[in-house]
Design a binder for this molecule. Sequence first.
Ligand code: GDG
Length: 482
Amino acid sequence: MGTFAGRPLVVVTNREPYVDETTRTGIRHVQRAGGVVSALDPLLREYGGDWVAWGSGTADRLTAPGGVRPVPLKNPRYRLHRVYLSAEEVQGYYTRFANQGIWPLSHMLIERARFSRRAWSVYRAVNLKFARRVARESRPTALVFSHDYQLALVPSLVRQLRPDLAIAHFWHIPWPVFTVLRLCPQYQEILRGLLGADVLGFQTPDDVESFLTSVQRSFRHVSVDHRRGYIQWQGRTIAVKTFPISVDIAAIEETVATPRVTRWSNGIRRHFARNSRQLGVSVDRADYTKGIIPRLEALHEFFNRYPQHRGQVSFLQVVVPTRSEVSAYRTLFRQVEQETYRINQAFATTDWTPVITIRRSLDRPRLMGLFRAADFGLVSSLFDGMNLVAKEFVSAQIDRRGVLLLSETAGASLELDQALTVSPWDPEGFAQVLDLALSMPLEERRQRMQAMQQHLHQHTLYDWATDILSTLDEMVQNYVES
Ligand code: GDG
């Protein structure tokens, strides 16, 4: 247990897969909504290994004697190593530098980005804390698989501490074009941090190209091979490649076909889709990059412009609270409420509510059951690295009755080419596509869904991880041989 190609595997992320919280009745093990963790937990359950992450729960110290918690607690498959952070560290590293700086910048929403030297120095110190833990927990020849924008400095810091380790880093969100990247005062340090890896993975070819250009424009003594995706830096070769993240479609199909989830799914249909109404579904963390407000504006436009659909379609939105320590996120949550109220106020009748909101996280089987129940799914991100919800929606549609409406600016749109393309920047066009989706014949829905499902069967979460880790393994072997 715990190896890939005979090497120990060490995953490093900001968020932990299980947060242990103290409640009045005991300890609750919570799995948070979020793309990175939902992708990696099944993976480590399969391969085993070690996972280093921030221990953020109130009961985390209780369940992890010596900072290590087995996952799951019974019949463990892997070990979670918790890094504990003070309130100041969380504020500077996570809330400020990562979430108010790099996150909006990477999604090219520059007006929202804020940087400060104070936050930067905390970010650097916390990255070092993570790197030290990785250096301590990794056995010789281990493959270190670190993740995302909170931990951009981990690759070079780990390399300094443990030059024997092989390191791959995956960037889950878009990589901004160079003209936007350089608005971050510390962009060169961030690039240097990432260049400590042997393999750098991105979601789309555009991200890779932007990254390579950023490196070329930033440093003099570097050689960048744009065609093959290699960088020569300080005597080392770094592979920079596209690895589109995916889902475990077989596991989702199995989940939604169980009697329990089938009952839940049918129950939703009975409730919302009665009187032959169609049911639309969306699921997002309440994040401004997900285009929730533009989507609601498009729905308003839709009911206005196509009155024949009033009373014929209900729309269920799951909006999961997230990053509530950042004021922009709290504001967004209020705006969602207001926009929803505006639509319902304008169009609802005694027996029909156009938009229903669930304001909390659902457990995964219920979420997948909801996707199965839907006649259409809406993903309207302004920008998005991939968007796993889109891939999960397709995976859960085992009855192949649904249509996916997908923003062109989500990474997933490159692969899910049988979805109907919408733009959160164009409410009238969005409304038009919605009208088209509602009247799409069942046969066409089936064909489109089947084609996308076939693609997901051929490109699973495990293929994603295997591709990255085998690229890493090859890179290090070439090193040893040359
Ligand atoms: C980042 C990038 C990239 C959501 N609500 C609930 C819940 N979720 C799960 C979904 C999905 C995940 O959270 C969200 O993933 P996304 O990919 O849609 O978005 P981000 O969180 O922004 O993820 C993104 C991803 O990393 C992976 O690389 O695709 O572009 O931004 O899995 O199902 N899960 C549960 N209850 C909920 O209410 N259990």
